[in-house]
Design a protein around this ligand. Structure first.
Ligand SMILES: [Zn+2]
Ligand SMILES: [Zn+2]
Length: 277
């Protein structure tokens, strides 16, 4: 038992990646058995997203080292907004305050990716998937992975969390992201209550609807409270939700890894109301 604990402590990154991989693979098979899709169509779709693991993971792991250094520097110098929170030495106050702060930071990041013309070109790659399923979780242009991890370094610098908080938050965040992209939706009744606080799969599906204003709704990462607070919350039923992004509905462009990588560097016509002002 001690050996297992020691192994997990020394290989935390690898253990987390393995757990996420197991979760994604299990959900992917569950989607085949429990939804109307055939294994053939699921495999075809998987081919368009799976290669993003090999671009995203190395970038993510490379920047993790910098995130750890920034967190250590902040804590050595008692720097960061957390130090301004009353009673922050109480572990409950400390963990909950940082969780909320970092979730608000991720909400802000997502809004910035939508509202900045240059960054939107990279983020739309995630939105261009015409069949959202669990594999869409990893569909992120490598340039966005760099931007996202740079923002994470900024958030860590500003907030000043301990590494243990970051690991805990990262775990919640990854589970929420994976679940948010599954084909499974909560029943309307359960969603009504869960979505009071959390970004449910139903809410994230709305964010993947191909047209405004729904593309610019439900930016939240784990919590839906920021969307409710800042007026970006929306519901849309399954029958009216169509995945994709209206500027990029060409199946051929959206389903080949090589083509998808080129999307941000190509000119495209924006419908009158498409660009997010
Ligand atoms: Zn988005
Ligand atoms: Zn998504």
């Amino acid at each position: 038992m001690n050996e297992i604990r020691a192994f997990i402590a020394h290989h935390e990154d690898e253990v987390q990646v393995a757990l996420y991989a197991i979760l994604i693979i299990s959900l992917w098979f569950a989607e085949i058995f429990l939804s109307k899709n055939t294994a053939k169509s699921k495999l075809k779709h998987l081919r368009s997203n799976v290669f993003f693991i090999f671009t995203g993971l190395p970038i993510q792991l490379f920047f993790t080292g910098f995130v750890i250094l920034i967190s250590a520097w902040d804590n050595r110098h008692h720097f960061g907004l957390i130090n301004l929170i009353p009673y922050h030495t109480n572990p409950w106050v400390y963990y909950i305050s940082l969780f909320l702060m970092l979730d608000l930071c991720e909400y802000t990041y997502h809004v910035v990716m939508h509202k900045t013309e240059f960054l939107w070109k990279f983020h739309l790659v995630h939105h261009s998937d015409l069949h959202v399923d669990v594999s869409t979780t990893v569909r992120e242009h490598p340039c966005e992975t760099v931007v996202r991890t740079c923002f994470l370094m900024l958030w860590v610098f500003i907030c000043g969390p301990l590494l243990s908080v970051l690991v805990l938050r990262q775990t919640f965040q990854t589970f929420a992201n994976i679940l948010g992209h599954t084909e499974f939706r909560l029943s309307e009744r359960v969603n009504k209550y869960a979505s009071l606080v959390f970004i449910t799969p139903n809410l994230h599906h709305v964010h993947h609807h191909y047209q405004l204003p729904y593309t610019d709704r439900n930016y939240g990462d784990v919590l839906s409270i920021w969307d409710r607070l800042f007026g970006t919350y929306a519901n849309l039923d399954k029958e009216h939700t169509h995945f994709g992004i209206d500027t990029h509905m060409d199946e051929n462009m959206n389903s080949k890894f090589g083509n998808i990588l080129k999307i941000p560097f190509q000119k495209f016509e924006r419908p009158g109301d498409q660009f997010h002002s």
